[in-house]
Write a protein that binds this ligand. Sequence first.
Ligand code: AKG
Ligand code: FE2
Length: 230
Amino acid sequence: MESTEHLNKFKVGSVPTLYYIPDFISDSDQKLLLNHIYTAPVSKWKSLKNRRLQNWGGIVHEKGLLPQDLPPWLTNITEKIKEELLLFPSAINHVLINEYLPNQGIMPHQDGPAYFPVVAILSLGSPVIMDFTPHASLADNTSNNDGNLQNYPPFSIALKPCSLLVFKDTAYSDYLHGIKDCEIQQYDAAVNAGEIETHDEDSKVIHRSATRVSLTCRVVSKVHRNLFRF
Ligand SMILES: O=C(O)CCC(=O)C(=O)O
Ligand SMILES: [Fe+2]
């Protein structure tokens, strides 16, 4: 794969490897994307217990993707992500769009095995805090890695509108990621706390007063062209 040196200035935190790229898209791109998302057929929305989502690119099975072409308004952004990161082995072919009201979140989880282990998340709307926690088996643990003791600290990251978060390696494979379902989120442990402008220096909190929408962009390497040979 190509060099990732061009991304070094966006690296955040101490765990390999997270990149946070503020203002990855412009405000007018954000408006255009939100407009496409909210004019999609109502049937595109799937309601879960504590959020809604749209699935684009096809159905992900354990054994791969039953593909469906992404619409041009999505390939515009997925192609930009692929070209600017140089971290994906092929075109991004799956996009999950999650919508969160201010009191909604996503349980700590790990992305499924069907995905190539790099994820790019574009954030729109309200800022939120995403928490990374090591797998239970690694918490408070140290492991020997090339003769060095390595530990797995929990950490958080603030996700502002128009930003792109990318994670891979240990952060992808040994951590769970999630967003708390509360309107007021603390961020003093955030690896990019400096990103957030605050009116009140003492209370490092984000008030989620608006809806957040995110685009989780990934590659499913195994694609099934023929349903009957699935
Ligand atoms: O909305 C987000 O930022 C996270 C979404 C996510 O983790 C996922 O779709 O797997
Ligand atoms: Fe995820």
